[in-house]
Design a protein around this ligand. Structure first.
Ligand code: FRU
Length: 439
């Protein structure tokens, strides 16, 4: 059952943890005094209420974006400064996709970026594959971002695995391809792509390599989801991404910076949680990046801070990320949700929004209804419909159900958009908007 008061569960676990832990050293990205750790104490404050809990969505009533494809992680074409681009009046969105007869659990293994365009930001026409078949790097492509300057598109994506591999592997590298945008009254297309290139790989110090992760005997791995960002205060440009703190598990030990009282100390198994939010600065052409220490780490707290992105409002930097119920460390509980941090500076100083970090959560009665939320500059939040009405079943059990059951409970399309408001370090759900509304 879904626990509404996370504090209680956390207290029980942390009392047990106090008995076990003794000589532990703090961990933080080596050589960085700007990296902030999202702490167990903050996460223990997560509570669902009307300011952060989404209304129930009946995913069966949602329209498919196209009958032929499932879609999930979605992002808009933006201008260099992050505002939604208008190309001869057309908006464009990109989405990870897979043919609609593929089982939901298998879609990540064959993810391909496809796009849609629209005049009103609501009725989307399917445009097909973004890249010519066989040109993208990786055995499949995971989430990214897309920025336009003039008639050029800079398409960032995650190259997952290697081209032509026989078995699916999980290496992840950040890739870029540039091409031309052609728009006329009939729609939008992309052509004359340059050769795709890898623009960033993990360094092993601030960001874990796959080899280091394997020394921890598997579990999740992440170095993905490149997101373009131009700092309006300085004009400097960056790529944010999802990573994991560097080193192998045996090199880590837990004591989050703010574990001020033993009540919040981490159990030893929490060394397996090392999600972080990475950043690299553009130092020449768009593809020349210099890696910087992570903005936020969730060491001993959470192992996946997905699709990080920043919205600047009232001179403050709002850093958002998504995570899943099952990515929290033992002793901590949080919903499938959108989380956020705020700082007066781009680098350093991030504090969790609303005390805990939680911004949006699925309702307890439908805990997997949506995911992969992205906050647009208008504060409209776009996500995709994930799994609905599972009747208490956990997401890890869905794969054991019949194909009919899996298809029936899977969304694979855009969810209703949600508008949030932000006031300093507080956020609130304002209202639900139509499905797939991008504005
Ligand atoms: C979020 C996510 C992304 C990744 C993609 C893979 O839903 O896990 O981090 O790029 O899905 O399909």
């Amino acid at each position: 059952m879904f626990i509404r008061n996370y504090k209680k569960a956390a207290t029980i676990f942390s009392l047990a943890a106090t008995l076990i832990s003794s000589s532990i050293v703090p961990i933080q990205a080596e050589g960085a005094d700007t990296t902030v750790n999202w702490t167990r104490e903050q996460v223990s404050k997560i509570e669902l209420d009307e300011s952060n809990t989404l209304p129930y969505t009946d995913i069966k009533k949602l329209e498919k974006m196209t009958p032929d494809y499932h879609i999930w992680d979605t992002w808009p074409l933006t201008d260099r400064d992050g505002s939604i681009a208008s190309i001869k009046g057309w908006k464009v969105i990109f989405a990870l996709s897979a043919p609609s007869d593929v089982l939901p659990g298998k879609v990540h293994d064959i993810a391909t970026i496809r796009y849609f365009y629209s005049k009103n930001g609501k009725d989307w026409t399917f445009g097909g594959e973004l890249f010519p078949a066989g040109t993208a790097l990786g055995s499949r492509q995971w989430a990214g971002s897309a920025m336009t300057d003039g008639d050029r598109i800079y398409a960032f994506y995650t190259a997952t695995g290697r081209e032509n591999e026989e078995r699916v592997t999980f290496e992840q590298r950040l890739a870029l391809a540039t091409g031309n945008i052609v728009a006329d009254k009939n729609g939008v297309r992309f052509e004359h792509w340059d050769k795709h290139r890898i623009i960033l790989e993990p360094d092993g110090k601030w960001y874990q390599t796959l080899a280091q992760a394997h020394q921890g005997e598997g579990g999740g791995y992440a170095f993905r989801d490149p997101m373009w960002f131009q700092d309006p205060k300085t004009g400097k440009e960056y790529v944010l991404f999802e990573g994991m703190s560097g080193g192998s598990v045996s090199e880590r030990s837990c004591k989050p910076e703010h574990a001020s009282s033993p009540e919040y100390e981490a159990p030893p198994e929490a060394v397996h949680q090392n999600g972080n939010i990475g950043i690299a600065e553009v130092i020449g052409d768009v593809e020349e990046l210099e890696m910087l220490p992570p903005l936020v780490e969730a060491n001993c707290v959470n192992e996946e801070l997905e699709r990080p992105h920043i919205v600047v409002k009232d001179n403050k930097y709002y850093l958002f990320t998504d995570t899943h119920i099952n990515k929290y460390s033992p002793g901590l509980t949080g919903p499938e949700g959108l989380y956020g941090f705020v700082s007066d500076t781009l680098i350093g100083g991030y504090k969790p929004l609303n005390g805990s970090g939680l911004v949006l959560a699925n309702p307890p009665e439908n805990p997997y209804q949506a995911y992969s939320w992205l906050v647009l500059p208008s504060l409209n939040v776009v996500g995709f419909a994930h799994f609905g009405d599972l009747d208490g079943m956990s997401i890890s059990d869905i794969g054991h159900q019949s194909p009919e059951y899996q298809f029936e409970h899977w969304g694979g399309t855009l969810a209703p958009t949600v508008k949030i408001s932000i006031d300093g370090d507080r956020t609130k759900i304002e209202k639900e908007l139509p499905q797939g509304w991008i504005k």
